[in-house]
Design a protein around this ligand. Structure first.
Ligand code: PLI
Length: 471
């Protein structure tokens, strides 16, 4: 096994190292409980990291959702919250930020991403219609199904292969999409559900060439493209770095161009936009907007706050502007890559290339002796917590859920444990500690046994399922 000293980013990329474009003004103490206490906490949590108390966690890599550190400017914006029920000035600031950075015409705020997914699915899917997309996402697919839609995965095959080095593993396979349209007819397609970057594939980006070609194809059939823009700023970074012709285009301009090939977007602002809560829908079509604006008052709140406080909308408006700064995105993805480089140097199997928001450990290759029905990725998340109080999460068979028709587990090819990096929260030293913990768990892999599920909720089971250790 290779034991080479990890390279600095500078050595790796043949240039000088980067540093975060901020300094720390306020800190939150961390605490690591003893191994015995961690074992008790893990059993109490049914071996599900979502059921741990955060006080029992040392380094929290469960998710990058709502876990970012806000800037001093965002906190200052919180003090400017206009908490009027209707027509808050912060709504108008948010509206103009979305219009100028994403380029859509009409905006509906929601409390978070799945609130937006609920509304767009109800408004745009007729029961029995198909919703092709670049790999499923848990909440997205559930809302599409609850609206009567049938999700169809049309991502390129490389996305399902953790070792493929394709630079844009989030791309849609236009042949698969065309075959679906030809088979069922264009009027049976609700819309194309396009996400950038693709979370379940490992934070993998979509190329500009792909979205342009998709636009051409969809125009030929009169089909709309709706974008999950949750991590589109990170997607823009990969286009800038990897795609011909974009090296000197700012992230903000790439983001706007990409969105211009789509008809609407929904957003979990808890990721790219550096806020702890918030989301939105944005569309160019007035009739769709009218329907969404009407639906939001049923489920979220008035159309000028959508379940948010005025201060939340202000923090989001400021966060959007910060999220598209080139130096911010470079440092953000740079930190994820730093952790990836450490693990790669130790030959630990991860999804390659490293994506935008997380390192995804390949639990199939990590634990080849644990069958997928014994939840290797869930097991790995539990072992990592036990070793060092680091919280990660499963992205494999548990997250994939069951086929509604047959009742069987979906068995995705990717069985992954996600080390998700919150934005502007942890330092390089934390990443070193995480890498060493993963190595320790890796070295003990042959002695590790899988889990069995002892409680399974009906929806989005990964959040609340419970497990026991197999002897
Ligand atoms: O968690 P929400 O409801 O704000 O957003 C849902 C959602 C939609 N799209 C994508 C691509 C997501 O990643 C997403 C939420 N992701 C979570 C919570 C995560 O841990 O990845």
């Amino acid at each position: 096994m290779t034991q080479a000293a990890p390279l600095t980013m500078g050595q790796q990329f043949g240039r000088r190292s980067w540093a975060e474009p901020w300094k720390i003004k306020m800190v939150e103490p961390l605490r690591m409980i003893s191994r015995q206490e961690r074992q008790a906490a893990l059993s109490e949590a049914g071996y599900n990291t979502f059921l741990l108390r955060s006080d029992d966690v040392y380094i929290d890599l469960l998710t990058d959702s709502g876990t970012s550190a806000m800037s001093d400017r965002q906190w200052a914006g919180m003090m400017l919250g206009d908490e009027a029920y209707a027509g808050s000035r912060n709504y108008y600031n948010l509206e103009s930020a979305i219009q100028s950075y994403y380029g859509y015409k009409y905006i509906v705020p929601t409390h978070q991403g799945r609130g937006a997914e609920h509304l767009i699915s109800q408004a745009a899917i007729k029961p029995g219609q198909f919703v092709p997309g670049n790999m499923y996402f848990t909440t997205t697919r559930l809302h599409q199904e609850l609206a009567g839609g049938v999700f169809v995965d049309v991502i390129i095959d490389e996305a399902h292969d953790s070792a493929s080095l394709h630079p844009f593993k989030g791309d849609i396979d236009l042949d698969k999409l065309t075959a679906l349209i030809e088979r069922v007819g264009a009027d049976k397609i609700a819309y194309v559900s396009l996400a950038g970057t693709v979370n379940m594939a490992g934070g993998q980006p979509v190329s500009m060439a792909n979205v342009k070609a998709l636009r051409g194809l969809c125009d030929r059939y009169g089909i709309k493209i709706y974008l999950d823009a949750t991590r589109m700023a990170e997607n823009a970074f990969f286009i800038q770095e990897q795609e011909d012709g974009y090296a000197s285009t700012p992230i903000a301009a790439i983001l706007r161009e990409f969105c211009s090939y789509t008809d609407a977007a929904w957003m979990s602002a808890k990721k790219d936009s550096l806020v702890n809560i918030g989301g939105w829908l944005a569309v160019n079509d007035w009739d769709l907007f009218e329907e969404l604006r009407n639906l939001v008052v049923v489920y979220e709140g008035l159309h000028t706050y959508g379940g948010l406080a005025g201060r939340d909308m202000e923090a989001m408006a400021i966060g959007i502007a910060e999220s598209v700064q080139d130096d911010h995105i470079h440092a953000r993805v740079g930190q994820v890559r730093y952790l990836g480089a450490l693990l790669t140097a130790w030959d630990i199997p991860i999804v390659q290339p490293v994506g935008g928001h997380a390192i995804f450990l390949d639990a199939r290759r990590f634990y080849p002796h644990i069958p997928q029905a014994q939840f290797p990725a869930q097991t790995l998340a539990a072992e990592l917590y036990l070793d060092s109080g680091i919280r990660s999460m499963e992205r494999g068979v548990v997250s994939a859920g069951r086929n509604k028709e047959t009742g069987d587990h979906y068995y995705p090819r990717l069985e992954l444990t996600r080390l998700t990096i919150p934005r502007r929260v942890y330092t390089q030293a934390h990443m070193d500690v995480v890498a060493e913990a993963v190595k320790t768990v890796y070295d003990a892999r042959e002695r590790t046994r899988g889990l069995r599920m002892v409680y399974e909720p009906k929806y989005l089971r990964f959040f609340q399922a419970r497990f026991e250790r197999l002897e």
